[in-house]
Design a protein around this ligand. Structure first.
Ligand SMILES: Nc1ncnc2c1ncn2[C@@H]1O[C@H](COP(=O)(O)OP(=O)(O)OP(=O)(O)O)[C@@H](O)[C@H]1O
Ligand SMILES: [Mg+2]
Length: 759
């Protein structure tokens, strides 16, 4: 069994234990994912049929990498394993079984945009206050209900839920949920949560289906088990009920999806569900240097709720963790870009050895800008997917409509794009007629004259076009059909005629999609190559799933949430500031704050050799510059592991040394765990306080002010005069301030001191 050589004794024991329930709860980088990979290889080598294996991973990327590795050990057998995220695996299952619960097997998957659009329409029809019932809030409520397996009927009948909704003035939520569920059903569509919710319904109501998959999936494995929600937990439990060959791996310290209903209880339940459970402990971290592991341990020790683990590394001590301070978010980007370039050339690294991790998507802007300026290639993971771009969604909406004419969101998207004279009022009338006659909007359109007064002729033409697409897709290859639809819908022409740079980009994106479909229709390793198969699960794809840029040498940018399970030689965690990380939303309860801390733990433990943390003392947020304080998480790191790099000088004179001294003292004093209490919100406008005027500051006589002069403003700091306009006494000066950018001031009121003449 030389293929098991790369495992330590505990890992090996867990791999060899192929019968019965197994749980591995272990620290970051201890080889949990590796154990799953080797376990699958071992199952196949031991004669288990690869068709009988189900592996649930956190990302499609993880599944792909695992499959490659297994393929390496076991050859093409690896292809038959069902392996992927919960959503993609159960979408696949529902494609076969959906008819049993009343859905078409070619059901559409509504992405978040589609779901929101359905809800928006419902809220409008019900004339509800869009502040009280904001679309995001309502969608979260419905999502939470589904993930706890509460259907709309149960939602409406549950006294506790109803009492809560009424007391918050949102008594209509139950009705909205009902209407939403019915709209999706009528459209033959499932949203993301439905993929799990309906799978549960299917397995519960149809014992014969459950039995079929219990027989099929004789061996189950779940990675990142700490982040499963109730709905996922129950699917796994049902499928494993007969054979009980189930192995779950996870780390309670990395549970970061509680806000989405993930439940640490699932780990504890597991012991109750399977009394003869075998538990394996892995303690050695193989990923990171000792310093990095120690820092991670010292941070997570501040959490009260955790299962005790002793994680250690036997790699070298490694560099200390560098902390960089910047004076603005843009400068932080620059510091990070400089550090990456310097490290790359000193150590002969590749761009793909670096990752930049942030708490919120919005932070990517300043990073991207700095990387672009320096010509550093990068890729944003988990951001707006290729498949989420407008032009791609438009073309895919035509495909969706072709295969499922009941798909209402696809219909709304393209019925008047490109423009064909079908206005919003007509669309509203179609929907009303559909509701009234209990038929689908597309059925209304087919017989428009019967259902709508003075129906525009273009409606008939539109219906005929979609029907002609249905014929084409039956008779032609995926690529030919897709090209036909792109051309005959008028979409390609519309984009071609737009000669702006964006228009050109959009046109190229469509070409890229068509190329992708062409490659797909020429693949030799799959049987089903129709356009319907190609686009079945596009809604589940993210931009990491596009094969094309898989091997590109780029710096990776992503939120910490999407970095789970990954590793990089060098990691930058940026934006370590109060109210950003920990986020402002998390400061009201200990459990939320602990989740933020786990998130920080996840971020730290992605790094193999070098970890750099940075923060900015001011940052643009919602269009205003605010001043920021270093995150409390920095204080929690034992100072002996840190190397402070405060070499970046403030642009204007300030309390630089004071701040440094204060911060170093803090790092010494506060390295021990301290109670997590929410501080008052400290965000203040920098305009109100940032600049400390020079000691000898006094407003000058500005009557002789000239363009090009250097000035100091009492509050805005140092700047240079760009233009002077108007006549005395109402002269307006436009001044570029180093800290806050350009501003126009009325001179007679401006508190300015002239510090030097024209350069
Ligand atoms: N026994 C071992 N010998 C050498 N390298 C190992 C061993 N076990 C794990 N590794 C390596 O350590 C790194 C971390 O392993 P892996 O990703 O499986 O950990 P994990 O526990 O899943 O981490 P995370 O909690 O971040 O998901 C990987 O690069 C893996 O190849
Ligand atoms: Mg892992």
């Amino acid at each position: 069994m030389d293929y098991l050589e790369g495992l330590n004794p505990e890992q090996k024991a867990a791999v060899l234990q192929i019968k019965g329930p197994v749980m591995i709860i272990a620290g970051a980088g201890s080889g949990k994912t590796r154990v799953i990979t080797y376990r699958v290889a071992h199952l196949i080598r031991s004669g288990v049929d690869s068709f009988n294996i189900l592996v649930l991973t956190f990302t499609n990327k993880a599944a792909r990498e695992m499959r490659e590795r297994i393929n390496h050990i076991c050859g093409p057998e690896a292809k038959n394993i069902w392996m992927g995220t919960f959503h993609s695996v159960f979408a696949k299952l529902l494609r076969v079984e959906a008819d049993k619960i009343g859905y078409p097997n070619n059901f559409t998957i509504y992405d978040t945009d589609d779901s929101k659009s359905v809800l928006r329409a419902i809220l409008k029809e019900m004339q509800l206050d869009d502040k009280l019932y904001s679309v995001n809030f309502v969608l979260n409520r419905i999502s939470a209900a589904k993930n706890n397996l509460v259907g709309w009927q149960e939602y409406q009948n549950n006294e506790q839920i109803q009492a809560d909704d009424f007391s918050s003035g949102r008594g209509m939520l139950g009705k909205i949920y009902e209407t939403y569920a019915q709209r999706c059903y009528r459209a033959g569509a499932m949203d993301f949560d439905d993929l799990l919710f309906k799978t549960n319904e299917l397995l519960k109501k149809h014992p014969e289906v459950l039995n079929k998959y219990q027989q099929k999936f004789k061996y189950l494995m779940v990675d990142e088990y700490q982040d499963t929600n109730f709905s996922q937990y129950l699917i796994v439990k049902r499928l494993a009920a007969v054979n009980e060959n189930i192995c779950v791996v996870g780390d309670d310290a990395q549970s970061i999806y509680a806000f989405r209903g993930a439940n640490i209880q699932n780990i504890l339940n597991f012991e109750k569900d399977y009394p003869d459970l075998k538990i394996f402990k892995l303690e050695q971290n193989y990923r990171s240097t000792q310093n990095i592991v120690n820092v991670a341990n010292s941070v997570i020790a501040n959490n009260k709720e955790q299962l005790k683990k002793n994680v250690f590394s036997e790699k070298e001590t490694g560099d200390k963790i560098k902390v960089m301070r910047a004076f603005s978010d843009n400068e932080e980007g620059k510091l990070v870009a400089d550090a990456i370039m310097q490290q790359r050339s000193t150590n002969g690294l590749k761009w793909h050895d670096f990752a930049i991790l942030y708490r919120t998507n919005a932070q990517s802007r300043s990073m991207e800008e700095a990387l672009r300026k320096n010509g550093i290639p990068y890729k944003i993971y988990g951001g707006l997917s290729f498949y989420q771009r407008k032009e791609i969604k438009d073309l895919i909406a035509y495909f969706r409509l072709t295969f499922n004419p009941n798909d209402e969101e696809a219909l709304k998207r393209v019925i008047n794009y490109p423009k064909r004279g079908i206005g919003d009022t007509t669309v509203d009338r179609i929907i009303v007629a559909a509701d009234k006659n209990s038929i689908t909007p597309f059925e209304v359109i087919i017989e428009a004259n019967r259902y709508i007064e003075k129906a525009p002729a273009s409606l008939h033409a539109f219906a005929a076009m979609i029907q002609s697409f249905q014929v084409i897709t039956k008779n032609q290859s995926a690529y030919e059909a897709a090209l036909h639809i792109a051309q005959h819908s008028g979409l390609l022409k519309d984009l071609y005629e737009d000669k702006s740079i964006e228009g050109l980009n959009r046109y190229e994106n469509i070409q890229e999609l068509l190329n992708g479909i062409k490659e797909f229709s020429e693949r030799e390793d799959i049987e089903e190559k129709g356009l319907d198969v190609f686009m079945q699960d596009v809604a589940l794809l993210t931009n990491d799933d596009k094969d094309k840029d898989k091997d590109a040498d780029t710096v990776s940018l992503m939120t910490i949430h999407s970095s789970k399970g990954l590793e990089f030689p060098q990691v930058h965690i940026v934006g370590l500031e109060e109210n950003l990380f920990p986020s402002q939303m998390s400061l009201n309860s200990r459990s939320d704050l602990e989740e933020e801390r786990r998130l920080f733990y996840v971020a730290i433990t992605r790094a193999e050799y070098k970890l750099t943390i940075s923060y900015a003392t001011s940052r643009f947020k919602f269009g205003t510059l605010i001043s920021c304080e270093p995150s409390r998480f920095l204080d929690e790191i034992d100072a002996k592991y840190l190397e402070l790099d405060f070499t970046a000088k403030p642009v204007s004179s300030g309390s630089f040394d004071d701040e440094r001294n204060a911060w170093s003292r803090k790092a010494d004093t506060f390295s021990k765990p301290k109670a997590a209490t929410a501080p008052p919100v400290k965000t203040t406008s920098i305009l109100a306080k940032a600049h400390v005027p020079s000691p000898d500051f006094k407003p000058s006589d500005t009557s002789n002010l000239q363009v090009g002069m250097q000035v100091e403003h009492e509050r805005f700091g140092f700047g240079k005069v760009l233009t002077l306009e108007g006549n005395k006494p109402d002269i307006k000066a436009t001044i570029f301030f180093k800290e806050i950018g350009q501003k126009q001031l009325l001179l007679k009121f401006a508190k300015l001191s002239i510090i030097s003449g024209v350069e």
